[in-house]
Design a protein around this ligand. Sequence first.
Ligand SMILES: [Zn+2]
Length: 201
Amino acid sequence: MGVLDIVVASGLTVLLLRALVLRLGYTLGSALLALVFGGLGLWRGLGPGPGWLLWQAVGLLTVTAGEFLLALRSGVGIPRTDVGEVRAQLLADCRSDEGRQQLTLAVAPWGAVMMDGVWRDTRRRDVVIVTGGCPVCLVEEVTAELAGPDAKALAAYRRDRVAGTNRMVVLSRRVGGWDAALERVRASARPFRQVGCPVHC
Ligand SMILES: [Zn+2]
């Protein structure tokens, strides 16, 4: 087993661990790396290298194709709404007596905004892809509007995001205002990076 085979085997192992254990999901970079190492693995495994490289490569390419399809599917059928409209609707609802009693906001790693609402007798999850603005700014602005710009949770949300950890903001109605708290994101904790936002790129 030559140096090249060791490099290919290490690359395949790291990428497989990334996909299966860390579950970081599909990104263009990870897909390109998977194609490069998967291709090298197929070549070495079928040809001059050890045969088991073939199975590692097939495994990685299959997992990557699955991640790609999942990413594709999760972006289809989700409404796209102007960011200002979403913000105005959320704030109007949260400020009306019959509106949400609790609002949980999170930005998925691929950019959609999750909005879990609890009304007096309903609870519902809405997912939206915002256009014309940045989803992370939306979460921060709504939090600042409801809980105040000095809310501790807002500062913590920004700090954690910069440190590479995505969070959910849980806004709860109390007498005379709203409280904000943070919760961990269960799926992927990788924060979304908005292209074109001067704050969140
Ligand atoms: Zn932003």
